[in-house]
Design a protein around this ligand. Structure first.
Ligand code: NDP
Length: 494
């Protein structure tokens, strides 16, 4: 099926207390497709006023509404209906996602499908959420540990996986019985607003989910500072993550952070090199490298580093970069001019520092923001391309000689989001998985998983975990209840 650009941009309102809400129309945000350079969406530019209204609605829904008081079965029913509605609107959601983000349409369809799976899984989690009991306490005490929803959760999401990252958080927030205020990226807000509409159709009570579109500052900032927000879940850059932590100190709100990464791909000499070359290339090119778990550092055992690099370069030249609306495209557009400038800036810094450019390295001429898969060898520790999150399809190759040296190199970074190990030796695979400091590890594959598996970062890559059974625990408070059985021993002696 041939897809076409929309004749006019689609307009998205905000969504507060079950209703579509406009912002000040003078300040509309017009989103251009980064692949085609034409306007595709118009969003409202929300301010602290709309954040106040959204938080008030979420607060009312939490303090006085049904949602936190409904049983797990009732919550699960809504989440399952949401999953069905996502599938029914799969194509529409995928097209909006591709037009706004620049990612290939086949990838968008996959992400929408996987998002539906997240909503289904979270429905199950709503029914297994439970506490604990202690029948072994001294002094005739019986102890119960209960989990309660934490309250109003602010969810601030980035532009790289707008619909999928939302699905890694929102259904778990709802499964826990919380209410939410969402602030999507100013570049890719469309599918988040659409999701709020689907949730209303699915039967979610008004006020439980609210969406304020607009800029990080003021809209995102107002959420992080708000005294009536009990928790903020932020996904994005480490710099804004740090400012979120500081802003949250105002009312000591709980903070969940998923931030950047500079993720190693360790290839040992005994690996299937053909499979590793393909996997390494996928790991750095997926979503045009604009991926927090992008495997952007290739650490290769010295004896195979040369042939592996040759194979990766040979494959890189075959990757189909281009129009994301075409079914065959594998790598779409970079999200905006700022990000493109950042990627090209790092490529220039790498060349100036003496790294060897093996392929790519340039922006494609013509309409759209496209950059070729880029591979550097001769990368030294301390070069900015070796240490900084570039967020583009740029691979840096560094050799190592021993297992210990490879792992030390992998761990010498401020980040700890993910790592990939390529080897045919079980012992090496398990030892490397144990020793690498990262929240997610892949062995002989990369960037895959399922709703059952938790995600999150070590070190400066984040705080907390999303998805899996851990993902719902994040959005609960734990309360311990001590019950005296058989009467309490008197304190005052008469
Ligand atoms: P940001 O961290 O600025 O954006 C992420 C989200 O935070 C967006 O919704 C943004 O809104 C919002 N935001 C921005 N400023 C504030 C604020 N003061 N308070 C609250 N929320 C705020 O990422 P960028 O878009 O600037 O990307 C820069 C770099 O960040 C990338 O090159 C990449 O290295 C990294 N990044 C990492 C991501 C990850 O998944 N770990 C995702 C995205 C980026 P708005 O878009 O409206 O400004």
């Amino acid at each position: 099926m041939e897809l076409h650009l929309p004749a006019t941009p689609r307009r998205f309102e905000m969504f507060i207390d079950g209703c579509s809400v406009s912002g000040p129309s003078s300040a509309d945000i017009v989103r251009q497709s980064p692949a085609h350079g034409v306007p595709v969406s118009v969003y409202q530019s929300g301010t602290a006023r709309e954040v106040d209204a959204a938080v008030a609605a979420a607060r009312r829904a939490f303090d006085h509404g049904d949602w936190p008081r409904v049983g797990g079965a009732g919550r699960a029913a809504v989440l399952l209906r949401a999953a069905t509605l996502i599938r029914e609107h799969r194509e529409e959601l995928a097209i909006v996602e591709t037009l706004e983000s620049g990612k290939p349409i086949t990838q968008s369809r996959g992400e929408v499908e996987n998002a539906a799976g997240m909503w289904e899984y979270a429905a199950g989690v709503a029914r297994v959420l439970h506490g604990d009991s202690f029948n072994n306490l001294d002094g005739g005490l019986f102890g119960i540990v209960v989990r309660e929803p934490i309250g109003v959760v602010g969810i601030i999401t980035p532009w790289n996986f707008p619909f999928f990252i939302l699905a890694e958080r929102l259904p778990f927030v709802l499964a826990a019985g919380c209410t939410a205020v969402l602030k999507p990226s100013e570049f890719t807000s469309g599918t988040t607003v659409m999701m709020a509409g689907l949730l209303k159709t699915a039967g979610l009570p008004d006020g439980v989910v609210n969406v304020v579109t607009g800029y990080g500052d003021p809209a995102g900032q107002a959420i992080t500072e708000h005294r009536d927000v009990d928790m903020v879940s932020f996904t994005g850059s480490t710099a804004v993550g740090r400012s979120t932590l500081i802003a949250s100190a105002r009312n000591i709100k709980k903070v969940g952070l998923e931030l950047g990464g500079k993720n190693p791909q360790l290839v040992f000499a005994d690996a299937d090199l053909d499979a590793a070359a393909d996997g390494v290339l996928f790991g750095v090119c997926f979503n045009a490298g604009q991926c927090c778990v992008s495997g952007s550092r290739l650490l290769a055992e010295r004896s195979i580093a040369g042939p592996l690099a040759d194979r990766i370069v040979e494959l890189a030249r075959k990757v189909r970069v281009g129009d994301p609306l075409e079914e065959n495209t594998q790598v779409g557009a970079i999200v905006n001019e700022k990000q493109m400038g950042r990627i090209l800036g790092y490529i220039e810094q790498g060349q100036q520092a003496g790294a060897r450019l093996l392929c790519g390295g340039a922006r494609r001429p013509g309409t759209g923001l496209f950059v070729e898969p880029t591979v550097f060898s001769g990368v030294e520790e301390g070069m900015s391309i070796a240490t900084d999150e570039i967020f583009g399809p740029v691979l840096c190759i560094q050799p190592f000689d021993t297992f210990e040296e490879g792992l030390a190199l992998a761990n010498r970074t401020q980040y700890g989001l993910s790592a990939t190990v390529w080897t045919s030796n079980l012992d090496t695979a398990i030892r490397a998985s144990r020793e690498v400091k990262a929240g997610r590890v892949w062995v002989n594959t990369t960037i895959t998983g399922g709703p059952e598996m938790p995600i999150g970062g070590f070190k400066q890559s984040g705080i907390g975990r999303e998805t899996g059974l851990y993902g719902v625990d994040e959005y609960t408070e734990i309360k311990s209840v001590q019950i005296q059985l058989g009467g309490r021993q008197r304190w005052v002696r008469e």
